[in-house]
Design a protein around this ligand. Structure first.
Ligand code: AMP
Length: 378
């Protein structure tokens, strides 16, 4: 299968090849025609499957076909995402693929935690808005944006977007949108909640579920260590040094712990920063940028960034603390081994977490030979 067969505009094909994509991923091959057709869609696919481009490409393609006179200055496409980091990442894909199109297509990410005024100015004339719900509503209440011309709605990480934390904001946003629109929901997992809500939100949707691509999941090597809480810090430093890890994403369960782990690494001469919800927006984006570009060796994060964030060929993920839900575990380890590159996800497990870890592995249909850290010399 080639991108040419998907009937995309030639200028998009040029942008696709400049990003180095040679053939569509499975999800792209299945989803692009459905979006072009204008159908509602529920896409279930693991992270790293190329799902962002699967909606970005047909959306751009469609905008290129709108007659100039029909274009108004309000957003025609709204993409809602749960975190600021994901907003920036999705906007980057839109920007990369809208380069030098025959008609200029303006996209922009809006999110909280930064001053609203520059966003109010920049939002004028935006075709595609990528937003976190709270800031979108703030902008709408200030009359900076009118959502009544939205023709296409994308919910990325939809299971997260439709859960309790966002429910009120989402209901408010839905009321501001035209009733007639194309809806696209994307999620890595199909939760009960999602299957309930999609009946309300989607009309006669095409459901596309990409089975775990065995090759890709198998590319993520999993390993695990039994380790007491007190020895986790020394084990982490030992592994980073012994395996000469140049780029490693470490997950903790709380922001407090993330700060503590990053601080300790730093004291021991290992370059590390933490990222979590209580950090300022500029600190979050700055740390993520430095990490993505390979300037920062260790990023210690909470589950805030376990979803959707794409780090090119990230070689290592370490679960310093186990997440509560198997879903979060899948998201975390999915940060590595993305887009056909190999990766290693290491998990620290205390003895009393053994059962919980077994449940997680069973859900992932994976098995790990655990290493007892007591047998290691560090
Ligand atoms: P996503 O699942 O959208 O976060 O994408 C995961 C990674 O796959 C990103 O680094 C994309 O740049 C990359 N990617 C997306 N589509 C393709 C493709 N057709 N060929 C190669 N890489 C791709």
């Amino acid at each position: 299968m080639s991108f040419v067969k998907l009937n995309l505009h030639p200028s998009l094909l040029a942008n696709i090849s400049s990003l180095g994509y040679e053939t569509p991923t499975l999800i792209q091959a299945k989803i692009i025609p459905v979006v072009i057709e204008g159908r509602d869609l529920l896409g279930i696919a693991k992270t790293g499957s190329g799902k962002t481009a699967s909606f970005v490409l047909p959306i751009l393609n469609q905008l290129l076909t709108i007659a100039v006179g029909d274009r108004n200055r309000q957003p025609k496409v709204l993409v809602l995402v749960p975190t600021r980091e994901l907003a920036v990442q999705v906007a980057d894909v839109f920007k990369a693929l809208s380069h030098q199109l025959p008609r200029s297509v303006k996209s922009m990410a809006v999110y909280g935690g930064v001053s609203i005024n520059p966003q109010m100015k920049a939002i004028i004339g935006v075709d595609i808005l990528i937003a976190t719900p709270g800031r979108l509503l703030d902008l709408q209440r200030s009359n900076a944006v009118d959502l009544s011309k939205v023709e296409r709605l994308v919910l990325d990480e939809a299971d997260k977007m439709l859960n309790l934390g966002f429910q009120e904001e989402m209901q408010e946003i839905f009321k501001l949108l035209p009733k007639k629109r194309q809806n696209m929901l994307f999620s890595a997992t199909l939760s009960d909640q999602l299957s309930g809500i999609n009946r309300v939100l989607l009309s006669d949707p095409v459901v596309i579920e990409i089975e775990d691509n065995v090759d890709e999941v198998q590319l993520i090597n999993l390993s695990g260590y039994f380790v007491s809480s007190e020895r986790k810090g020394p084990l982490l430093r030992h592994l980073i040094k012994e395996q000469n890890m140049r780029q490693v994403l470490v997950f903790t369960s709380s922001g407090f712990k993330a700060d503590q782990v990053a601080g300790k690494l730093h004291k021991n001469g290992i370059q590390a920063l933490s990222i979590h919800g209580k950090k300022s927006q500029s600190a979050r984006l700055g740390a993520l940028d430095r990490f993505k570009s390979g300037q920062l060796q260790v990023l210690v994060a909470t589950d805030l960034i376990s979803r959707g964030i794409d780090i090119n060929e990230l070689p290592y993920v370490i679960n310093y603390e186990l997440p509560r839900s198997p879903k979060d575990f899948v998201h975390r380890v999915g940060r590595t081994g993305r887009a056909k590159s190999e990766g290693l996800a290491i998990t620290f497990v205390t003895r009393d977490e053994t059962r919980h870890f077994k449940v997680i592995l069973k859900k992932m249909k994976r098995y790990i030979d655990m290493i007892d850290s007591e047998t290691l010399d560090f």
